[in-house]
Ligand binder design. Sequence first.
Ligand code: UFG
Length: 330
Amino acid sequence: MTVLVTGGAGYIGSHMVLALTDAGEDVVVLDNLTTGFSWAIAPQAKLIEGDIADEALVELIIKENNVNSVVHFAGSIVVPDSVTDPLGYYLNNTVKSRALMAAVVKAGVKNFIFSSTAAVYGNPESMPVFETATPLPISPYGTSKLMTELMLRDSHFAYGLNYVALRYFNVAGADPKGRSGQSTPRATHLIKVACQTVLGQRPSMDVFGTDYETPDGTCLRDYIHVSDLIAAHMDALAHLRRGGESGIFNCGYGKGYSVLEVIAAVANAAGKPVNHKLSPRRPGDPAGIVAGADKVREILGWKPKHADLDFIVASALAWEKHLERRNATI
Ligand code: UFG
């Protein structure tokens, strides 16, 4: 029985492939390598280069590899890009997910894990935000993922496709064994940008918005270590395999840090200041978002191990140094 991982060459997907192969699972990765890297895929996994919307290909992969579960990461992930290119985001995240699901349903696979996002909540009315809150995304990115969640809900009832949608909060950090990390060029995510800045790869960085209604005026986010996030996927897979109910689960620790607190943590880890300037707000950003994360613990049995901003930042910085050495030798 094989697990098909879409987007397995990307940041989060490659960590999933490592966890699955570490657990002795057979894995096939489907990735078009537009933002992912084949070197990021654990050597025990098989890579098929192709598009998730190629239904014939997906059906063939499922049949040839005896796939019984799909974990779907492939998609576009940059909130501000979705504001300037909404149709591109609806294509990659919604339309292509629909095609993938059609092939999965046709091939008779029953277990589907989906990489969703806290961006479906938009600006929540109260914090922490629980899964029962009405989703009101404020970016096309959030809407594009919410539409896929809805397709999964309806496909569950119509075709018996069992699913878990995990709403990620702010994922950061790298594999503690140093085998993978966030490698995308032109990164926009805060912790990676701050690590690159403190290492001198960027002259300075922006703090987007200092007039939010938060304690220090900068945005609050719930940062979760990528290995803990992947542990939730492994728990979700076990849950579906034992016939657990389909559903949606927040993945975060339930604690928010401001942009300035994150920058201070990076400075602390590096032992030097991070050059930054205070800049206007970035479009599409909610002021604050922190997970109500009881459900994932209670139902999936999730037990996070790295709920510590300093640990997250230290592992992200170690990975950035690794990439720096690697690029210097290419
Ligand atoms: N930020 C800066 N400067 C930067 C980069 C980011 O100030 O150079 C700020 C942003 O404005 C935001 C915060 O840092 O306030 C976090 O921004 P990221 O770009 O790191 O992440 P987002 O919160 O925009 O989005 C991420 C994921 C989404 C997920 C969301 C959930 O990309 O998939 O977290 O909160 F939905």
